[in-house]
Design a protein around this ligand. Structure first.
Ligand code: GLY
Length: 312
């Protein structure tokens, strides 16, 4: 099988400049693993860990604080040979949310650990670390909170119709890879949507919503408005189309088009995937979202090319 990795860096973020460089570096990191015969599980773990350490992305270090100014992290990882998955939700102070999610998969009989339970579990693996929100992110948070209080109409607040009353007062990273053995793995990590209520768990750590992997069908990672992604169990819906032999690009495009039309283009969405035959697909419904594709026939990752679906 031709080794391939696809990456996204959050639906709202620009698809150029430092964001494009960041996802490109993550694709190269994953390809280093795949090209040396490593597994897709290690490739997506390493790629996401790099993005979690890059403060411009809304995951790990750069995660957006919630409405109370605290960071609550969501992450999930899944492999497609035995359908093993691990996830963390609404957890604070994790050194690498995807690293802890992988430990949940490998070291427990569970799929999802939340809140304080996830934090004390992380301590056992030296993956607990006091989270310090970068200064630039705290400034962005204060400015956005003011806009929320003033009821200003800005893209990042458009989904929160009811939260304003609690406010007296981008999003996620993902990777999907296939290795030489045909193992498909997918991973997603997020601070969650900016200004979410404390305790809110989005699509990211819920299996089949942001993420799914099955060697008999394909792998998917999604970024966008979590509540809508959850409503459609979107990752699993894309996977079931691939199971029937539809290519990754066709499957994710048809789901993205359906949701875009049904929501009258009012939600943001980017889906990346690889099908069981190793074909990659990338789709979005906005002129944003950093993304990268790297397969072993290419010299450098390809960026800024994902198909945009439009209303029809
Ligand atoms: N898709 C990320 C979130 O809504 O939290």
């Amino acid at each position: 099988m031709k080794a391939t990795i696809v990456i996204h860096g959050g639906a709202i973020n620009p698809d150029s400049g430092e964001f494009a460089e960041g996802v490109s570096r993550a694709a190269q990191k994953g390809m280093e693993v795949l090209a040396s015969g490593g597994s897709s599980l290690d490739a997506v773990t390493k790629a996401i860990q790099l993005l979690e350490q890059d403060p411009i992305f809304n995951a790990g270090l750069g995660a957006w604080p919630n409405l109370s100014g605290e960071v609550e992290l969501d992450a999930i990882i899944m492999e497609g040979a035995n359908l093993r998955a691990g996830a963390v939700a609404a957890a604070q102070n994790l050194k690498s949310p995807i690293g802890v999610a992988r430990k949940v998969m490998e070291e427990t009989d569970h799929i999802l650990l939340a809140g304080r339970g996830a934090e004390s579990f992380a301590r056992a693996f030296n993956l607990y670390e006091e989270h310090k929100v970068p200064e630039f992110r705290m400034k962005e948070w204060s400015a956005l909170k003011k806009k929320l209080q003033l009821g200003e109409d800005v893209p990042m607040l458009q989904y929160w119709k009811k939260i304003k009353k609690w406010a007296d007062q981008g999003d996620t990273v993902g990777a999907v890879a296939i290795d030489h053995e045909g193992l498909i793995s997918a991973a997603t990590s997020s601070g969650g949507f900016p200004m979410k209520l404390p305790g809110r768990v989005g699509d990211v750590p819920i299996i089949g919503c942001s993420t799914y992997a099955d060697n008999n069908a394909g792998g998917v990672s999604i970024t966008g408005h979590g509540e809508v992604v959850m409503t459609y169990s979107l990752a699993k819906s894309c996977i079931e189309l691939m199971r029937n032999g539809i290519s990754a690009q066709m499957a994710i495009e048809s789901m993205a088009e359906m949701i875009n039309n049904r929501t009258k283009g009012k939600i943001i969405l980017c889906i990346i995937g690889i099908d069981k035959n190793g074909r990659a697909g990338l789709v979005r419904n906005i002129d944003a979202t950093p993304h990268a594709l790297f397969d072993e026939t290419m010299k450098v990752p390809k960026v800024q090319f994902a198909k945009k679906v439009v209303l029809n």
